[in-house]
Design a protein around this ligand. Structure first.
Ligand code: S3P
Length: 166
C-alpha cells in the first residue's frame, strides 16, 4: 500500500483517525495543516486573518506538492483541500483518497468548542456548516471511497477504511 489521504469536512475526524490509522499500519502520520503552520510560522487562524484565504489555499497547494514524493503515509488533509482539482489529482497520485463524512449535527457538536477553524468562527455556525457542506458536496464526492464517522468509534472507522481500500 502506498499512502492514504483523508479528506472531508471539518469535524469529520480526519486528524484523530489519521493518527490512529498511521499507528495501526506503522505508517508516518502527516498533517497538511501542521505543515502549513510550520512553513508560515503562524497559526491557520492568523494566516486567514493576516494574509487571507487565497494565500492559505496557495500555501495548502504548495504543501500538497511537497509531500508528493514519499511513501507509507497517512495524510490528514484540511477540509478545503478538495476545492482545487490539482490537489485531488496530486493526492490521488500519492495513493488512495478516503473521504470521512458526518451529519451536520455531529459536525456542529465536534467543532463547537474549538476556535481554531477560521471558517467556522461566525455567528451562525449551523448555517455556515450547512452552506459549506452543500457547496462542497461535489468535491468530496471525488474521493475514492467514503466513511460516515457520525456513529462510529475511531477503531470502527479504521476497520471500515481498511475494508474499503483493500
Ligand atoms: C478548512 C479546514 C481546516 C483548515 C482551514 C480550512 C476548510 O482543516 O485547513 O481552517 O476549508 O474546510 P480541518 O478540516 O482539519 O479542520
Amino acid at each position: 500500500m502506498k499512502n492514504i489521504a483523508l479528506v472531508g469536512f471539518m469535524g469529520t475526524g480526519k486528524t484523530t483517525v489519521a493518527r490512529a490509522l498511521a499507528e495501526r499500519l506503522q505508517f508516518k502520520y502527516v498533517d497538511l495543516d501542521d505543515l502549513i503552520e510550520e512553513r508560515e510560522a503562524m497559526k491557520i487562524v492568523d494566516i486567514f486573518k493576516q494574509k487571507g484565504e487565497p494565500y492559505f489555499r496557495k500555501t495548502e497547494k504548495d504543501v500538497v506538492c511537497e509531500v508528493s514524493a514519499q511513501d507509507r503515509m497517512v495524510i490528514a488533509c484540511g477540509g478545503g483541500v478538495v476545492l482545487d482539482e490539482e490537489n485531488i489529482i496530486n493526492l490521488k497520485k500519492l495513493g488512495v483518497l478516503v473521504c470521512l463524512t458526518a451529519t451536520p449535527a455531529v459536525i456542529m457538536e465536534r467543532t463547537k468548542n474549538y476556535p481554531h477553524r477560521p471558517l467556522l468562527n461566525v455567528e451562525d455556525k449551523e448555517a455556515k456548516i450547512a452552506e459549506l457542506l452543500e457547496k462542497r458536496r461535489v468535491y468530496y464526492a471525488k474521493a475514492d471511497c467514503e466513511v460516515d464517522t457520525s456513529e462510529l468509534s475511531v477503531e470502527q472507522v479504521i476497520e471500515s477504511i481498511l475494508q474499503k481500500i483493500k
